[in-house]
Design a protein around this ligand. Structure first.
Ligand SMILES: NC(=O)c1ccc[n+]([C@@H]2O[C@H](COP(=O)([O-])OP(=O)(O)OC[C@H]3O[C@@H](n4cnc5c(N)ncnc54)[C@H](O)[C@@H]3O)[C@@H](O)[C@H]2O)c1
Length: 251
């Protein structure tokens, strides 16, 4: 495993209680950062923080629903209260939603997916950017999906939200290009995490069949890419889309 130097840096990882977010938090801690796990599942985030702290990391858990701007302000205050400043924001939390044709999609669920997966990223960036701008350098990494590039059938809300995250990344990257803040996103193909529970087996089989490397990605492979994007070495890339799709995406 390559080592990154994030000593003295403070990171927020949304959806850090499990899955890819947990893997990212672990890698950031191994690199010397202090980490706030933000998650709607406060109990699971608490358990994750205990496990990660036992490995030696300065880590806190913050319960927050990312669709709630007031709750996000409280989470920012809790993070600054614990660690003093903010250098890194990893917008990882997300939901896949049901696997349903567009015409049958429940309207409330469709809207909730957009709220969590896209509006939540906007709200977190909105709250964090004023703090990130005060640092010598800072990084935002948004976790989008191949679904946002290609569109997965029967996942219209998720695909639309993730395409929105890609465009938000490009827009904010340009807005902040003259500052020390770099803004990039990753587009993973399928990774076996608890998010699978939201999808049908046929949908999972469809997505695996499209990965030329012939297997699912791993949490660690995504955490490696995301952590590099959080480092000082990632200095001349912003508003960019980094692929972790096992060859599925050709652009
Ligand atoms: N696993 C995959 O196949 C895959 C592929 C491409 C992209 N992604 C993206 O990667 C990210 C992480 O996915 P994962 O597979 O680790 O998922 P996961 O379901 O294992 O974890 C997601 C975490 O986000 C949290 N969360 C959900 N809604 C929230 C909200 N409103 N406020 C705060 N926290 C909330 C959950 O509690 C959970 O801990 C997501 O954005 C997902 O869309 C995943």
């Amino acid at each position: 495993m390559n080592r990154y130097d994030l000593a003295g840096r403070v990171a927020i990882v949304t959806g850090g209680a499990r899955g890819i977010g947990y893997g990212v938090a672990r890698r950031l801690l191994q690199s010397g950062a202090r980490v706030a796990l933000w998650d709607i599942d406060e109990a699971a985030a608490g358990r994750a923080s205990v496990t990660l702290a036992a490995e030696g990391g300065p880590v806190i858990a913050v319960g927050v629903d990312l669709t709630d701007a007031v709750a996000i302000d409280r989470a920012i205050a809790a993070t600054l209260g614990a660690f003093g400043h903010l250098d890194i924001l990893v917008n990882n939390a997300g939901i896949a939603g049901s696997t349903v044709p567009l015409v049958e999609y429940p309207v409330d669920e469709w809207r909730r997916i957009i709220e969590v997966d896209l509006v939540g990223v906007f709200l977190c960036c909105r709250a964090a950017v004023p703090h990130l701008r005060t640092r010598d350098w800072a990084r935002i990494v948004n976790v989008a999906s191949v679904a946002g590039k290609e569109g997965n059938p029967n996942m219209s809300a998720y695909s639309a939200a993730k395409a929105g995250v890609i465009a938000l990344t490009k827009s904010l990257g340009k807005e902040l290009a003259s500052t020390g803040v770099r803004v990039n996103c990753v587009t993973p193909a399928t990774v076996k995490t608890e998010i699978f529970a939201q999808m049908s087996q046929a949908q999972i089989d469809y997505m695996l069949a499209r990965i030329p490397i012939g297997r699912f990605g791993t949490v660690e492979e995504n955490a490696n890419m995301i952590t590099w994007l959080c480092t000082e070495d990632c200095s001349f890339s912003t508003g960019a889309v980094f692929d972790t799709s096992g060859g599925r995406c050709t652009y």
